[in-house]
Design a protein around this ligand. Structure first.
Ligand code: LLP
Length: 442
């Protein structure tokens, strides 16, 4: 859990720093990120997966999924803790490179990579390009040849495979056919054909197959079934071509807790479950255990961050049934956290500057945008005496918060403030009106 403590007077301290002091220095809204917590989450993945797969003689690479939140500082911390970095656009690749992450430790995804993204990946000599379609296999191969890469110095690629397993929230489904844009389907031997197509290109080196089955998944079973399917594919390729893929990437998607009722996926037991399945299937098939890679994003950064807001207008609204709902407006909203509007995502909140009255009221926390769906928390009990100027802290906003932030209504995107060892430092500064206007050529 985030390193947050509450003093007797209700003041919230984040990684040892008083929320009110952070607000005095950095303003609101702000994302407050606990650096030590980020590092600890990174280590949990590395340590758990390494320990679980070591008895099988297999190594594990953990790629931090930069889409969840990427900045130069965060990419550096990830690297310092032994993570690699997964990018899915030229922009994310640029941040990872700016942070000094060696190309060999970066992966590039994307279902519609541009020519320039492919050539930048080749220039940076990324550790792997995850190809997403038959057409892209040919494009990457052509770009490789154009860059003078040959069989003596091939470009490492993986093929993204869709296994028919789709998971998220609390359930998963397994279907034979795919109706979505990512990857090449297992169905009808398509994935097998794509892998074989890569083998037909001497300028490409087939590292293995990649799969990602969804996000915010709480049920480890979905990952196990998926791993079985991928091992089956690896065996099919071996039996048809003689090529044994050295690596399988099992993706990310491990669920976290956004509210006290939710149970985060337990990473050490997930690692053991997966290692159990992989070991068992490989024994059954009489094959060596592949190198494994995974790509967690949310489960590393999600719980590291709290958004601090200042409360503005507090407005009781009488509903049709005569009851009252109090709309508590904060100074941000859907531009710094689109997830409630987009996915009906649930969050919790608490007063950060004082305890507040024991008596609570039924509240809805809303933002400042010109849109009625601009809701942070749809229904929450908050102290009845909440008032303008109070600070509200919303935890678990580290993943897909700042990374999906927008300038809707020309609202300025908040800074990311890293706290560590009792000190705070801005790692992504607050936008200014000059930043916005710099793009506007009049
Ligand atoms: N690898 C691949 C290929 C992915 O597509 C994703 C996420 C990840 C790794 C990281 O997944 P994670 O461990 O963070 O769940 N904006 C949505 C989430 C979209 C996830 C897309 N792909 C949200 O806010 O819930």
């Amino acid at each position: 859990p985030l390193n947050a403590t509450m003093s007797d007077d209700g003041a919230l301290a984040l990684a040892g720093i008083d929320a009110a002091a952070l607000v005095a220095e950095f303003g609101t809204p702000s994302y407050i990120l606990d650096e030590e917590h980020f590092r600890a989450r990174a280590r949990v993945f590395i340590d758990s997966f390494t320990a679980a797969f070591a008895p099988l003689g297999a190594s594990v690479d953990v790629y931090y999924a930069g889409k969840s939140f990427l900045s130069v500082a965060v990419a550096r911390w990830a690297r310092e803790e032994g993570l690699r970095v997964d990018t899915c656009t030229g922009g994310e690749l640029a941040v990872a490179l700016r942070a000094g992450v060696p190309g060999a430790e970066i992966g590039l995804h994307g279902n519609n990579k541009s020519d320039s993204e492919i050539s930048r990946a080749l220039e940076a000599r990324v550790g792997r390009i995850v190809v997403d379609s038959f057409a892209e296999i040919d494009r990457v191969a052509a770009a490789a040849r154009a860059a003078g890469r040959t069989g003596a110095d091939p470009v490492p690629v993986m093929v993204r495979v869709t296994t028919g397993i789709h998971a998220g929230g609390h359930e998963f489904i397994s279907t034979a056919h795919e109706d979505q844009k990512f990857g090449v389907s297992l169905a009808g031997g398509q994935a097998l054909a794509a892998l074989a197509a890569v083998l037909g290109h001497p300028e490409l080196e087939l590292l293995g197959a990649h799969t990602h089955i969804g996000s915010q998944i709480q049920d480890a079973h979905a990952f196990e079934i998926n791993a079985r399917k991928m091992l089956g594919l690896r065996e099919d390729l071996r039996s048809t071509t003689g090529y044994l893929m050295p690596e399988l990437d099992l993706g990310g998607g491990y669920g976290i807790a956004y509210t006290p009722e939710e149970i985060p996926i337990d990473v050490p037991s997930l690692a053991l479950d997966l290692a159990g399945v992989v070991g068992q299937v490989c024994t059954e098939l009489g094959t060596t255990v592949p190198r494994i890679s995974i790509e967690p994003g949310r489960s590393i950064v999600g719980s590291t961050t709290v958004t601090l807001y200042t409360v503005g207008v507090v407005k009781p609204v009488t509903l049709e049934d005569g009851s009252v709902r109090v709309y508590v407006s904060v100074d941000g909203g859907m531009s710094d956290n689109i997830r409630p509007a987009l996915y009906d995502a649930r969050y919790t909140a608490r007063l950060a500057n004082r305890t507040g009255s024991a008596q609570t009221m039924r509240a809805r926390v809303v933002g400042k945008h010109c849109e009625s769906g601009d809701i942070v928390i749809s229904d929450i009990a908050l102290p009845a005496d909440i008032a303008p100027g109070d600070l509200l802290a919303v935890p678990a906003t580290g993943a897909y918060g700042r990374s999906m932030a927008s300038n809707y209504n020309h609202v300025l995107r908040p800074p990311v403030v890293a706290v560590s060892g009792g000190r705070a430092r801005v790692i992504v500064r607050r936008e200014t009106e000059d930043d916005l206007l710099a793009l506007d050529l009049g």
